[in-house]
Design a protein around this ligand. Sequence first.
Ligand code: ADP
Ligand code: GLC
Length: 481
Amino acid sequence: MRVLFATSEAVPLIKTGGLADVSGALPAALLKLGVDVRVLLPGYPQVLQALPPMPIVATFSGLFGFPAARLLEGSLPGGVPLWVLDCPDLYQRGGGPYVDERGQDWSDNPRRFGLLSKIAAVLGSDESPMAWRPDVVHCNDWQTGLIPAFLRYAPGAARSVMSIHNIAFQGVFPAHWTPELGLPWDCYKADGAEYYGNLSFLKAGLYFCDHITTVSPTYAREIQTDALGFGMQGLLQYKSHALTGILNGIDYDEWNPATDHHLSAHYDSQNLAGKAVNKAELQRRMGLDIDPAVPVFGLVSRFTYQKGIEVILEIVPQLLEMPAQLVMLGSGDPGIQSWAQELAYRYPGKIGVQVGFDEGLSHLIEAGSDLFLMPSRFEPCGLNQMYSQCYGTPPVVHATGGLVDSVVDCTEATLADGTATGFVIHGLSGATLSATVQRAVEAYRDPAVWSALQLNGMTRDFSWGQSAAVYRDIYQRVLDR
Ligand code: ADP
Ligand code: GLC
């Protein structure tokens, strides 16, 4: 079974969020299961710089006015075969994969990800110049959403699976892009790629694909509701027979406190002594009072409405009263950024804030914090709450999406049956967050409860194997149809 895994980011080459972690780990897990998988990724500068020079295996010119592009062949550092789509006009620039240096979306994003989708579809059809031809193209989020639409009109097309990592991002652009990207007007209709008078990349993918997946079972149900469907609920209800929620795994080669090279000391579930060393280092690095007794709450996140960060900032005075310390790493919304920085300035030694993206610090926060905060308003899967359990840092989460499927609330019953791993908030507000944080600090003060929580989390199996097998079964299912 041959699968082309098309994605706009992948660890360790280019990352803005969890999609990169998944794209770096799931293909490797599929390979282990015997799936002949290959990743397709745009040739951003970060990607080309990180890899050794790669041979050109195909060139594309004159594709519906897209600039000339080349396909380079290499492999991801873990060994998964890789095709890089090199198109300097579209991908060789500063800024990030989706936004410029000022955080504004690239105005030619429809063309940038239209090309990625077009080439993936060419590679998955009789039009491909390559000998290796996929049976299934696995698409991820709106950036690859036009692939199933292009495949719909291509000769000898592969089947397609469309994964939703976050339905809030849909790639909606003016209708004129439909012909400009080489799509027939025929696909631009309510039963197709049209969305309230615009072209929607994600809707195209959801409509034309053979199977839809999303990254947790709870989120698969939530996106069929008015509250969390972001306008796609009707289509998802209609295709619910072909919609599966599969919880993401974590990559233990990257996220393991016993081997993590970003840490000051290693530790595991048998011996947690090294965790205190990381805590002291984290307190030092973030300018906090170095105090082994005070609980440290950690947060690593995009600073956006989705993540519920303002709710944390609102309760900072109560949190510090407990007493506790707070460490925050992230970037995004300028309002949240400056509010967080202002609090750090107002409470020196108690709150440490770093604005920006810092892979090493994100690992140290997982290891050095006592508790991890993740009160997301919605969360398709979320990876940090799984990393934190594995690092002996029980998470405080809101009952939504993948957080429900991966964290077990600490109660008398769950402590007794050995399943408790964190703290779950029902109905997010300052009051409920504050009450849950209070409950967590009380548990932290009880050594027997605390070590049970830590051990339950650290010994849970979040590896990719099982989830990868479900993806393999879905590929088989669309092929058998
Ligand atoms: P999302 O994809 O919605 O941002 P996830 O929890 O699935 O949320 O994944 C986020 C990933 O990005 C995690 O690996 C997290 O550690 C990482 N991350 C987020 N913000 C930062 C940051 N500022 N610095 C380093 N890593 C970050
Ligand atoms: C998205 C979601 C996040 C998920 C990640 C990987 O960015 O917001 O919840 O874990 O994709 O699937």
